[in-house]
Design a protein around this ligand. Structure first.
Ligand code: LLP
Length: 428
């Protein structure tokens, strides 16, 4: 469920007309719904209310300061992967004591920064890293709270670029080696073995890989608790969202109408399937959702500039592209495309493409979309996660603005870049 819908034939985010914000702030434009962020966070949090748990939002999905502030206000913790993300969380008023720091390549500066700020745990991805963290902590006269990330070798059945839990992926320590890694780390002077972490991949649309991974790793968590007194088990993120019928999935009735076998994963289903295995552990369970919280909470609004009819195709050329939403090009990601002004139902097969000088610069190819013409606005749905955060200025296009809607209010939470901003750090 989310808060984007047509009202009187015009796309709205909560009580705000998308056409109005686009008129006022220009395009391309990211628009987010506070209500959707809140709803997603609370639904997941509630689903786990039966056990000791914490939601640590994966900042990488959408790191806008206002988004982080909103989530911090709900009591969210944060899963960060760089010093930059920690900086953002702190700026937004987040609690470092509720932050976990993941990632395979942390630098000395980042480790020092995290330790000085009193981070909850550093999630360690190799034994080399644990030795280095112990050394850095020693130099600072601190004890570093750590968890190892275990790679459970479970197939997440998602796109190969966002699958992380197989032994051929660079992430975590192989399941076979993890007990020894803890044993050796327990002898290092400046480490506190605080938890265990895993994350098998992103955009998982079925429950079975989650269940398989939790059932495989839970006995290890129990052992580590008995041996080293660990206090948490982080089961990572990865809950998938609706992309194909994104707009329709905003309403509760759509969910109720979906036949059981094809109904997308819900937080309640997720919780019900794994809580029985997690509860007996008596550990704090950390969840690291990114996409589930942010994905359906945002859209990218773009304007159609030209229509070009070739011998085999019709191209709709729009003012945004792979530089501002790279998911179609990078992961064959599907983003539903809808006209901002509801059309009378004419549908045509088109390629929606951007201005970038790359053939990979498309939002869709040969897709039946509701017809729209030059001058008209479209929305790329489900663009709240891994959208703006992955945007670049390739071809020297300034970054788009970001708007956060709350009820009837639309606030600019990131200004559109200017041409001057593009060259600000450069010297002639
Ligand atoms: N925890 C860890 C350790 C992760 O690596 C990730 C995502 C998450 C949590 C959050 O996963 P989520 O709940 O969002 O699935 N750019 C790609 C997704 C990359 C995900 C990377 N790691 C995309 O656009 O599909």
């Amino acid at each position: 469920m989310h808060s984007f819908h047509y009202s009187n034939g015009s796309l709205h985010c909560e009580g705000v007309s998308i056409a109005d914000v686009a008129e006022k702030h220009g395009t391309p434009l990211y628009v987010y719904s506070s209500e959707t962020f809140r709803d997603r966070y609370m639904r997941l949090d509630d689903a786990f209310s039966a056990i000791d748990h914490e939601v640590a939002y994966a900042v990488k999905a959408n790191s806008n300061l206002s988004v982080l502030r909103l989530l911090a206000g709900l009591g969210s913790g944060f899963d960060i992967v760089s010093g930059g993300e920690l900086f953002r969380v702190l700026k937004a008023g987040g609690d470092p004591g509720k932050c976990t720091f993941a990632g395979v390549g942390k630098t000395r500066e980042e480790i020092e920064y995290a330790l000085r700020e009193g981070i909850y745990s550093i999630n360690v991805e190799s034994e080399e890293e644990s030795a280095f963290i112990s050394q850095v902590a020693g130099e600072l006269n601190l004890v570093a709270p750590i968890a190892f990330r275990v790679n459970p070798n479970v197939d997440a059945k998602t796109h190969k670029y966002i699958s992380t839990g197989k032994s051929e992926n660079k992430f975590g320590i192989d399941f076979e080696f993890i007990a020894d890694a803890y044993e050796r780390a327990s002898k290092l002077p400046n480490l506190n073995l605080k938890g265990l972490q895993m994350h098998i991949g992103s955009q998982l649309t079925s429950i079975s890989p989650f269940v398989e991974a939790v059932e495989k790793v839970a006995p290890l968590a129990a052992d580590l608790k008995a041996k080293y007194g660990i206090e948490f088990f982080s089961i990572g993120g990865g809950i998938g969202i609706v992309y194909e019928k994104a707009l329709a999935s905003g309403s509760e009735s759509w969910w109720n109408d979906q036949p059981e076998e094809i109904r997308p994963l819900t937080p309640e289903q997720y919780a019900t399937a794994i809580i029985p295995t997690l509860e007996p552990l008596g550990l704090k369970i950390l969840l690291e959702p990114g996409r589930f919280i942010a994905g359906n909470a945002g859209i990218l609004v773009s304007k159609c500039l030209y229509e070009k009819k070739g011998t085999t195709k019709t191209f709709k050329i729009v003012d945004s592209g792979m530089h501002q939403l790279i998911r179609p090009a990078l992961y064959e990601g599907f983003h539903e495309i809808v006209p901002v002004t509801e059309s009378a139902g004419a549908v045509e097969s088109v390629d929606v493409v951007g201005p970038i000088c790359e053939s990979g610069d498309f939002f869709c190819q040969n897709r039946q979309v509701n017809s729209f013409m030059p001058g008209e606005l479209i929305a790329l749905m489900s663009a709240g996660a891994y959208g703006m955060v992955m945007a670049s200025t390739y071809n020297s296009h300034p970054l788009p603005a970001e708007i956060l809607v709350d009820g009837e209010q639309a606030k600019v939470v990131r200004k559109r870049q200017t041409l001057q901003d593009l060259v600000e750090a450069e010297e002639v």
